[in-house]
Design a protein around this ligand. Sequence first.
Ligand SMILES: Cc1cc2nc3c(=O)[nH]c(=O)nc-3n(C[C@H](O)[C@H](O)[C@H](O)COP(=O)(O)OP(=O)(O)OC[C@H]3O[C@@H](n4cnc5c(N)ncnc54)[C@H](O)[C@@H]3O)c2cc1C
Length: 476
Amino acid sequence: MGTSRVIIVGGGISGLAAAWHLRQGDPDLELVVLDGSDAPGGKLRRAQLAGVVIDVGAESILARRPEGTDLARAIGLADRLTHPTTASAAIWSRGALHPMPAGTLMGVPSNPAAALGVLDADEIAWAEGERDRPLEATVEDLSVGEFVSGRVGSAVVDRLVEPLLGGVYAGHADQLSLRATVPQLWQAATAGESVTAAAERAFTRASLDHMPVFAGLIGGVGTLTEELVKSLRAQGVGVMSRTVVRELRRTSVEGRRGWALTTGPVPAPVELEADAVVIAVPAAPAARLLAPHAPYAASELAAITYASMAIVSIALPRHGLPQLSGSGFLVPPVEDRAVKASTFSTNKWRWVADAAPDLFILRASLGRVGEEAVLQRSDEDLKRLVLGDLADALGGQLPIPVESHVQRWGGALPQYAVGHVDRVARIRAAVAQVPALALAGAAYEGVGIPACIASGRAAADAVLTHLRSGQGLGSG
Ligand SMILES: Cc1cc2nc3c(=O)[nH]c(=O)nc-3n(C[C@H](O)[C@H](O)[C@H](O)COP(=O)(O)OP(=O)(O)OC[C@H]3O[C@@H](n4cnc5c(N)ncnc54)[C@H](O)[C@@H]3O)c2cc1C
């Protein structure tokens, strides 16, 4: 029996993590990662801004889950792990910035009174009354918006939950699944518990933990995929960019079943063979590749929609700048602004402040699902919009930027709609019937970096089990 070859389609963090775990699991496997973009890394990417290389995609790693920080350590980045210097964010509500109330669970306050300013007195009283009202246990998945507004009022959803959910999913509370996006609230829902009590419990547990919630990497989170690619190549893994996989075909060579993958330009296709394949691309391309082999899974995948976004990064001269405190601010959709969040990178990450002491670097994100019109504007327009919203939020004209950078992310974030958990279970069950094939990526069990790494690892484990069982050789 010769060496088995596994091809990973998609070189974002999910596909690269799958390659990493396959290499750790079997040093003899032949491994190739094929990525369609100019450079691997997917939504982890860095770019130059006023002489500093900064993240223009993902910029922090949830540290409460181990996968992200563990992988960083495993590839030699332990001494680059860092944590935000400030976590105090603000909410732009009713035309002014207010401190984010302490102790919220995806915006649901453990102590509604702490949200005074963001919420008015009547809205707080209604939210506080939840613990005294009779609460019914929920059986079926429902939207975060429907559930939370039913319990503590629509103002909590509009002004607190929306901006937080929007920050993670670029989606809307009335469409996103409670079960898939806020499992702790889903637990409270199924148990018939108060959501403010659930938020309080989560807050108390987190305070006892003493662990910072988020980590970053000195030099940017984009170094995670850049260094991972270097490490994989050093271990003999082929990582190819500008290589879009257009088709997957079942093969059977001398009784050995596997896959042929078609890449290259349409007039001059290139075929690559593999004993097993990991598909680690977003839902739409995954659906296209799967359609001939798992049509039901493909149609379910095709139903997962994505939000597009843009990240506008701006370097301002410090001279003449008003005092900007905290890590940034979130903007609820009810405020009807182009900007949905801004991160004050210079305040949040010491390495950014150190790299450019004369500058104040911040970034703003635009675009929610269904609000793509704003993204059709030119880069110059987006920069102007951001500067206008920032000036309004910060209460004064800002100095002329030294430099700005616009990164557009078409198909940025999958929308976990109501019923997502069951949909993913159906997709996974259907794909399990297709031998020598595994799925990984942000479309399934979480969009954050640790969840993506976990999905890559699970795909790697499934492929290793398959290859070890000998099923790749003849059967299936
Ligand atoms: C602006 C932004 C900010 C974010 N911030 C954070 C954050 O701070 N922290 C966090 O944890 N998460 C964050 N996220 C979410 C997280 O970054 C993503 O969910 C995650 O990186 C997705 O990784 P992935 O490998 O599953 O997919 P992707 O990163 O989308 O990678 C998929 C890759 O597949 C390639 N591809 C597609 N089709 C094909 C094909 N047919 N053939 C070959 N290759 C193909 C693409 O080119 C791409 O490189 C952010 C996301 C965005 C968009």
